[in-house]
Design a protein around this ligand. Structure first.
Ligand SMILES: Cc1cc2nc3c(=O)[nH]c(=O)nc-3n(C[C@H](O)[C@H](O)[C@H](O)COP(=O)(O)OP(=O)(O)OC[C@H]3O[C@@H](n4cnc5c(N)ncnc54)[C@H](O)[C@@H]3O)c2cc1C
Length: 525
């Protein structure tokens, strides 16, 4: 093939928190590491653009117990306390390491104690890039991976991709691969999610991995109309208004977004004002999340006293909980040599069916990234030196890459993306879910898959777009197949036609398959 070939122990795919923690820990475990990011590692992904609350809880038994208990009901009792404990321990250590070794400038509270339960995205990810490079990791920026490589036994043995700036294809032969590609927000425009098209889930499924929790995939963030700023924490201080200035009954940031969705569906505007924040809270908010206020400052709006129009943007599995099913404490998947971390992996173990605003995603990215990095390093090193370089490999990719029929016209990815967006972005399809509507969409998406599997392809940068379109279509089908397999309301997977939680459905739903999607019930812990 043309282009460059690299050989390494561990390949990490992605450039966000999960990927950088994975790369760092793999390198510290003695592995050689390549990190390939679709964007620029340090600015790409859904943390880098904003900032996150982190599930950082000191190891005091009462505090830990409260932290775990507070989430169980919200998540529909599908979380697992053993994993919660592991994540709390790992995150606590890692955040302290970021403070001491990474010199992250955590603020101090009025009592002089450091406040370590929040991170400013740009500063956090800038430091993670530095740490990764200092650890000797080779970083390939603007180098989206387009497929995994597998060996004769079906084990994952590297990946192929495209270097956008050099305009050349490349391959990395590796002893093990960590997929840390984030979730899928369907190019909805939500903050920092422009590279989150679900690629890792597609790659994993093509190699034989399964997914779990995909019904918990309908997160929608509140944003000022016309902006991408889906930072929602401060809307708990908001009152929501109709166009005529009356308060919109039932509307709230937590537990009241459906009222906002319903009003927007009528074509009317919805307005918000953060009028429940007192001056002390206002000052604290500006300090805690300065980038939340950039939009308002630029538009000359005082969000505490003036009303501004808002909308809801889909965040899919970025703030959902579904993703690649993991099979071990080291975040291994069902496929040898393949590990998953961060939003690309299921977060059911710590969140059950709901994450929103709980800081769990950030903690999971750190913890699962660290475990996957160490696990991948151990796997690669156990293969022995030279194995990665010499075993014969083949590309595992299908849709958008190797059409089964006559290739269609160039640019076919646009139509494919439009179709999937028409079925996952509208509130009356994905947010206010009903079985008949889900079923109609799933049938259409299944047909779209058959078509794109037959003819979708692309060259160079268009190949990346074709693969993104395939990944989004696959993601939507897994989401809706899993949602149909859960005829109840649990966690964020709410069904208008089944508004109650059904004790008979207290299980997880595993989903998989590409040409034919299947689901399976799996016992919860
Ligand atoms: C507005 C907003 C606010 C949020 N606030 C919070 C919060 O307060 N607390 C919290 O816990 N969580 C929050 N989240 C969620 C949190 O941002 C994510 O859970 C976290 O970023 C996940 O990290 P990650 O590394 O898995 O994915 P990301 O940070 O999304 O990184 C994914 C990386 O993969 C790369 N990539 C994608 N495809 C490919 C490919 N084919 N090849 C190579 N690289 C690829 C991307 O370029 C990117 O670098 C928020 C999300 C949003 C959108």
């Amino acid at each position: 093939m043309t282009g460059h070939e690299h050989v390494t122990d561990v390949l990490v795919v992605g450039g966000g928190p999960a990927a950088t923690w994975a790369a760092l820990k793999a390198a510290r475990a003695g592995a050689s590491v390549v990190l390939a990011d679709k964007g620029y590692c340090g600015t790409s992904g859904s943390t880098a653009a904003g900032g996150t609350g982190v599930w950082y809880v000191p190891p005091e038994p009462a505090a830990r117990e409260a932290a775990m208990a507070s989430r169980e009901g919200l998540g529909g009792y599908l979380a697992d306390r053993r994993w919660m404990t592991r994540v709390l321990d790992e995150t606590y250590g890692a955040i302290n390491e970021l403070a001491t070794e990474g010199r992250y400038p955590f603020p101090t509270g009025p009592d002089g104690r450091p406040l370590r339960n929040g991170l400013q995205g740009p500063e956090y990810m800038r430091r993670m890039r530095i740490r990764v490079r200092r650890a000797g990791v080779r970083v390939l920026d603007h180098s989206p991976v387009t497929e995994l490589l597998t060996d004769a036994d079906g084990a994952v043995a590297g990946a192929a991709g495209y270097r956008r700036q050099a305009r050349e294809h490349y391959r990395v032969r590796a002893g093990a691969v960590v997929l840390a590609t984030g979730g899928c927000a369907f190019l909805s425009g939500a903050l920092g999610t422009n590279t989150n098209t679900g690629d890792g889930a597609l790659f994993a499924a093509e190699a034989g991995a399964e997914l779990s929790g995909m019904e918990f995939s309908n997160a929608y963030g509140i944003a000022p109309e016309g902006t991408s700023v889906t930072k929602t924490a401060f809307y708990s201080f908001a009152t929501f208004y109709r166009e005529d200035g009356e308060v919109l009954e039932g509307a709230a940031s937590q537990g009241g977004r459906s009222a906002i969705a319903r009003e927007l569906l009528t074509g009317a505007k919805v307005y918000a004002r953060l009028d429940r924040a007192d001056p002390t809270a206002q000052a604290a908010m500006r300090l805690a999340q300065p980038n939340f206020f950039l939009t308002f400052d630029r538009l000359g709006i005082d969000p505490f006293t003036e009303r501004f129009a808002v909308t809801l943007l889909a965040e899919g599995t970025v703030r959902g909980t579904g993703g690649i099913r993991i099979t071990g404490d080291d975040c291994a998947t069902a496929v040898p040599g393949l590990y998953a971390a961060g939003d690309a992996a299921t977060r059911e173990d710590i969140c059950g069916g709901f994450t929103g605003g709980g800081s769990h995603n950030a903690a999971w990215a750190i913890s699962s990234g660290s475990w996957a990095g160490r696990g991948a390093a151990a796997h690669a090193l156990s293969l022995g030196s030279g194995r990665a370089a010499h075993r014969p490999v083949t590309g595992a990719g299908g849709a958008g890459l190797r059409p089964t029929g006559a290739p269609g016209p160039a640019g076919g990815h646009r139509e494919a993306v439009e179709l999937v967006q028409a079925h996952v972005l509208p509130y009356d399809k994905n947010y206010l879910r009903r079985g008949d509507v889900l079923g109609d969409s799933l049938r259409t998406l299944d047909g779209a898959w058959d078509e794109l599997r037959g003819s979708l392809h692309g060259e160079g940068a268009d190949l990346v777009k074709a693969r993104q379109a395939a990944a989004m279509t696959a993601h939507a089908r897994w989401m809706y197949a899993a949602a149909l397999a859960r005829p109840e309301s649990r966690g964020m997977a709410r069904r208008l036609d089944h508004p109650e939680q059904d004790p008979g459905l207290h299980h997880r739903i595993t989903v998989g398959g590409l040409d034919r999607v299947w689901t399976r019930a799996e016992a919860a812990a």
